[in-house]
Design a protein around this ligand. Structure first.
Ligand SMILES: NC(=O)c1ccc[n+]([C@@H]2O[C@H](COP(=O)([O-])OP(=O)(O)OC[C@H]3O[C@@H](n4cnc5c(N)ncnc54)[C@H](O)[C@@H]3O)[C@@H](O)[C@H]2O)c1
Ligand SMILES: O=P(O)(O)OC[C@@H](O)[C@@H](O)[C@H](O)[C@H](O)CO
Length: 383
């Protein structure tokens, strides 16, 4: 079986590539990082180490790579593959869509079987978004045939993979925990099964539980930690005031999840406790600026902060901790993050009210708007 995976970065190498290779796929990575592409082709393997006491290490074999700029070669690989996966960042999906469309078109000219395309990004409906971008490049008659032969199941992926510290650009350290959930309701019969993936009929509760617990808690740690001058999530987790904020946001998102999806309350509390322990993992060094990266994406209406806050509000629930976390995100001014730079420029030029509405779509008339602004005014860097 053949898989084409876009993004030989942290999660691509440390999670997706590992599981695909273990399941018997030859994995062809597609990346724009030429050095990494060359190394993958020279070695045909790489190492993944678990962030645990024994530093358990696995060698991932049966891999190769193509430079993303070689669009024709990538399209040919897609035409011959059983599975396409991505872990490039949700904002990059529009840029890889044309090549995927080319691959699908080529594939549909031949006799190749059905294709599954899974976007493994931190977003609600990542594969559905990718499908829309890909369909934007297909002619109407190709779209019709693609609808019958190409499935885009949404997915939720969970494994903390920090920025890497090894000199070897292919060696990745990952936390031991992992969860990959895929919506099987749109998959054709005989779809390629990936060992370790949990296939479900309804993905909504899983992706929202993951995004609004792991990622909401994580960015809350990152933004408050950044303001207090901490460099890593592990340092941040030693600050009891920040842990109280994290537990606060997680009880707010938890109340929404339990109400909307009927999760068992006690089980959800255990899920939260486990996540807080994962953030503390002493064998990981996870920088706050990685976890807080792309604040404009994280402040967008359907992402980990604003969506649960707005839903909670509409259900009559108070969200003081989410309000603080949104305010802290607005104060994220890390100069090497292009979105943080853009956010700070907008704040300077437009002021807090307009900026807040522009990125979160929370209108000035909404009660949460004023509360976020008040929290923003009271938050300062404490470095
Ligand atoms: N790291 C984690 O803990 C983690 C966990 C779950 C989900 N995710 C999600 O996975 C995605 C990737 O995250 P990451 O941490 O691996 O990031 P990363 O920056 O380590 O990896 C992204 C890779 O994509 C490559 N890339 C960028 N543009 C490309 C293009 N046009 N064509 C091909 N490759 C391209 C980059 O060169 C890089 O190697 C994000 O959506 C993230 O939210 C990350
Ligand atoms: O990847 P982002 O920028 O959406 O979020 C940063 C981290 O919270 C994220 O990468 C987590 O480590 C990951 O989602 C854990 O499964």
């Amino acid at each position: 079986m053949k898989a084409v995976h876009f993004g030989a970065g942290n999660i691509g190498l440390g999670f997706i590539g590992l599981l695909l290779s273990r399941s018997g796929f030859h994995v062809q990575f597609v990346d724009v990082d030429e050095e990494r592409v060359n190394l993958l082709n020279q070695r045909g393997e790489y190492k993944v180490t678990l962030a645990n006491e024994q530093a358990d290490t696995t060698v991932v074999r049966n891999v190769s790579a193509i430079n993303g700029k070689e669009s024709d070669r990538v399209a040919q690989a897609i035409a011959e593959a059983d599975l396409v996966t991505t872990a490039v960042g949700v904002n990059v999906l529009p840029y890889i869509a044309e090549t995927i469309a080319k691959g699908i078109e080529l594939r549909l000219k031949g006799a190749a079987g059905p294709l599954t395309v899974v976007a493994c990004e931190n977003a609600i409906g990542g594969s559905t978004q990718l499908k829309e971008h890909v369909y934007g490049h297909l002619a109407p008659e190709v779209k019709e045939r693609a609808a019958e032969r190409v499935a885009f199941p949404d997915a939720a992926v969970d494994r903390i993979v920090p920025l890497q510290q090894s000199e070897d650009k292919l060696h990745v350290t990952v936390e031991p925990f992992f969860e990959w959930v895929v919506d099987r309701s749109v998959l054709p019969e005989g779809y390629p099964v990936i060992e370790g993936v949990h296939y479900v009929d309804k993905l909504g509760p899983y992706i929202e539980r993951k995004l609004f617990t792991v990622n909401t808690g994580h960015c809350c740690a990152a933004y408050h930690g950044y303001l207090k001058g901490y460099s890593t999530i592990q340092e941040t987790m030693r600050d009891p005031d920040i842990v109280a904020e994290i537990r606060g946001v997680l009880s707010e998102t938890g109340a929404v999840l339990v109400k909307q999806y009927g999760f068992d309350e006690a089980e959800h509390r255990r899920y939260i406790d486990k996540i807080v322990e994962r953030f503390r993992n002493p064998y990981l060094t996870d920088e706050v600026v990685r976890v807080g990266r792309s604040p404009i994406r994280k402040l967008s209406p359907n992402d980990r902060l604003v969506r649960p806050a707005m839903t909670a509000y509409s259900l009559g629930m108070e969200v003081p901790h989410l309000t603080n976390a949104i305010a802290a995100a607005l104060r994220f001014d890390y100069r090497e993050d292009p979105e943080a730079v853009q956010l700070q420029e907008t704040l300077k030029e437009q002021g807090i009210h307009k900026t807040l509405t522009q990125y979160t779509e929370i209108p000035e008339s909404h009660p949460l708007h004023g509360r976020i602004v008040a929290a923003y005014e009271s938050l300062k860097h404490q470095k």
